[in-house]
Write a protein that binds this ligand. Sequence first.
Ligand SMILES: Cc1cc2nc3c(=O)[nH]c(=O)nc-3n(C[C@H](O)[C@H](O)[C@H](O)COP(=O)(O)OP(=O)(O)OC[C@H]3O[C@@H](n4cnc5c(N)ncnc54)[C@H](O)[C@@H]3O)c2cc1C
Length: 451
Amino acid sequence: MGAGYAGLTTARRLADAGIDVVVLEAADRVGGRVFSQVRASGVRLDHGGQWIGPTQRRFQALAAEFDCPTFPTWETGRHVEIRADGTRADYTGGAPESGPGIAEYERITALLDTLARTVDLERPWETPRFAEFDALSAEEFLRTETDDKDALQRLALAVQGVWCAEPREISFFHVLFYLASGGGYEQLMETSGCAQDSRLGDGADAVARALARSLGARIRLGEPVLSIRQTQTEVHVHTGGGTVVHAARAVVTVPPAAVERIAFDPPLPPARLGWVRHAPMGRVAKVHAVYEEPFWRDAGRSGIATLYGERPVGVVFDNSPQDASRGVLVAFVYGDRVDRWAAAPDAERRRAVLTCLSEVVGERAGEPIDYVEQIWPRTGWTIGGYECFLTPGGWTSHGRDGWRSPSGRVHWAGTETASVWNGYIDGAISSGERAAREVAAALGPVVRQPG
Ligand SMILES: Cc1cc2nc3c(=O)[nH]c(=O)nc-3n(C[C@H](O)[C@H](O)[C@H](O)COP(=O)(O)OP(=O)(O)OC[C@H]3O[C@@H](n4cnc5c(N)ncnc54)[C@H](O)[C@@H]3O)c2cc1C
């Protein structure tokens, strides 16, 4: 169940193996946390996952197979860092090379990479110092390493930007696991050659839509799964639409934080339940402002910015279409900032974001032709984004049995169960491949009916 990248991949693999499959999706569209929309201005906006990087091989392969072209993220020109006290510093390249706290920040990120290289991605609990690191929050670890306030601010923004959480909330071991899973700090943070390298011209859900077409009537939209009952021989899945599906196996691909919305009979094993209770969703809003043209490019600005202090926005990118027929800025609001900002009235939220964009590229940013917010913690069946993160102690108490081991006839997929590119679209795809292998192995050889 779930027609995000994990569910669609699982279904396709099983269908290809000759196994009957049905995908029950709560929403009225496929793609899950990847959702693109063409606006009245003619621009296609990606409200959720959007970037694809060169080492995300499974996503790359599917995009190529379904003929979904990609184009490089716009990063030409001067980027800007706006500090808590309002001072500005322009820079080019991946990250600022000088500024308050930079040397200490770089020392610590190198240390994070060194520690991440020790992580066992298939059996994380076998990692040296596993329990010691999992007992700490990222904040606790970072504060034992440094008291440099500027470096800590930079690291906090990095945690917000990657996990949409605050350093006090997330297990330090989870930080290391995730860095290892994506190939290191630079891979996660940077643009060219890294996770933010490129976008898909037809939207990041173009591949999901193509997968869905290939699965046809096997996909049933508007079918929220409310309960899953296991018998000795079957799984009975009940939806809010009144559908009951009897199957030999079920694969649940909803984010861990959404698992508790489903009633399980018998109840989930304690390890699985413990795991999902230690895995809250990150909190993020993605806000797009559309302009007649990307006017900041004429001024030599890239549109890329990092913002500190009380501002709601943490990071800005130029999200214009490849042909630059319109100018688009995307602003990310994360963690505690999204909690505060989302509670404000509509007009105030809009004013706060446009004020930040004006600080980045000038006053023209205050008058977009279109403005749209996607506040993920308020988004129907998904609850948040980008993904679930583990709170301190979660891996130690429940990882071995609760992370992705099947619960009887119920198998688990979704990006949170991936070893490689955990949290990303690529990880969702690999999780679906693994779950399909588990199910196919459990069912044994399939006898194909003639005709
Ligand atoms: C704002 C944002 C930005 C991101 N940026 C990037 C990026 O640039 N690059 C990248 O690789 N990744 C990015 N991600 C992460 C990426 O989108 C996810 O890792 C990926 O889409 C997860 O896929 P999934 O199939 O595991 O889960 P989902 O996409 O969440 O799919 C789960 C599906 O289950 C459905 N569902 C939930 N409950 C039920 C129920 N009870 N019954 C039936 N169906 C149910 C949901 O509606 C959903 O369709 C981003 C995510 C967000 C939110």
